[in-house]
Ligand binder design. Structure first.
Ligand code: PEP
Length: 250
């Protein structure tokens, strides 16, 4: 069965709750497309009003981060129960900005992924190489390692429902997009890695997004590749352009 495309916006640290409501009002009519799962990953404080605002639409709300403990003395963190109770269905785990600025590691990514599954939240698991790693030609090895650690102790059934976002760090927020062939090479390598770790059925079911300066102009070419099942979109997710990305096939 063909995998359904999934396009997720990563709003990052943008949009106050009232701005979030305005943006959702603008985007709602633009992102209707039954062929695509549409997700807005929003700042934690925006989740509750956003969930209310997308009721009766095709949009699901996700979080941008989550802690791996259930509750307790972890000042400033958001627990999985908080997310599910607020109505979040997805959570971005291990975005390169969290790895760079908030000391997230492959090990904490794995703990968060396991916790998300335990609570029925779909993780969008980020991986990707730096420009140096790409130039050194070690990017596929690096990403295979990130994937293997992220999926430690994850069952095949859980893995089937996961979303992986391949995001070359050099393409995030830079306006420099990986070519469709570069993105496909790595997304195919990730699927091969999942097949090695699990089996063919899991590799065929899991959805792999590309992220890194995806926009209305390059989305169709990227999304035409056989192993690219969607996009994780930063800058363009805050503009009407996001509707054009979601409707790349119209
Ligand atoms: C991201 O933050 O996940 C991302 C891909 O950002 P941008 O689209 O702005 O490069």
């Amino acid at each position: 069965m063909a995998r359904k495309k999934i396009i997720a916006g990563n709003w990052k640290m943008n949009m106050t709750p009232s701005q979030a409501l305005e943006l959702i009002d603008t985007l709602k009519p633009l992102v209707a497309n039954d062929d695509v799962d549409v997700v807005f990953c929003v700042p934690a404080i925006d989740i509750i009003p956003a969930v209310e605002a997308v009721k009766d639409t095709n949009i699901a709300i996700g979080a941008e981060n989550m802690y791996f403990e259930e509750k307790g003395a972890y000042t400033g963190e958001i627990s999985p129960d908080m997310l599910t109770d607020a109505g979040a269905k997805y959570v971005i785990i291990g975005h390169s900005e969290r790895r760079e600025y908030f000391a997230e590691t492959d090990e904490t990514v794995n703990k968060k992924v396991l916790k998300a599954f335990e609570h029925g939240i779909t993780p969008i698991i980020c991986c990707g190489e730096s420009l140096t790693q790409r130039k050194q030609g070690i990017y596929v090895d690096w990403i295979r390692m990130q994937i293997k650690i992220a999926f430690q102790n994850v069952t095949a059934d859980q893995a089937k429902s996961a979303v992986i976002a391949y995001e070359p760090i050099w393409a995030i927020g830079t306006g420099e997009t990986a070519t469709a062939d570069q993105a496909e090479e790595v997304c195919a390598a990730i699927r091969a890695c999942i097949k090695e770790v699990y089996d063919e059925a899991t590799a065929e079911a899991i959805r792999i997004q590309y992220g890194g300066s995806m926009n209305a102009g390059n989305a169709a070419e990227l999304l035409a590749k056989p192993d690219i099942d969607g996009g994780l979109v930063g800058g363009a997710a805050l503009k009407p352009d996001f509707g054009k990305i979601v409707n790349y096939n119209k």
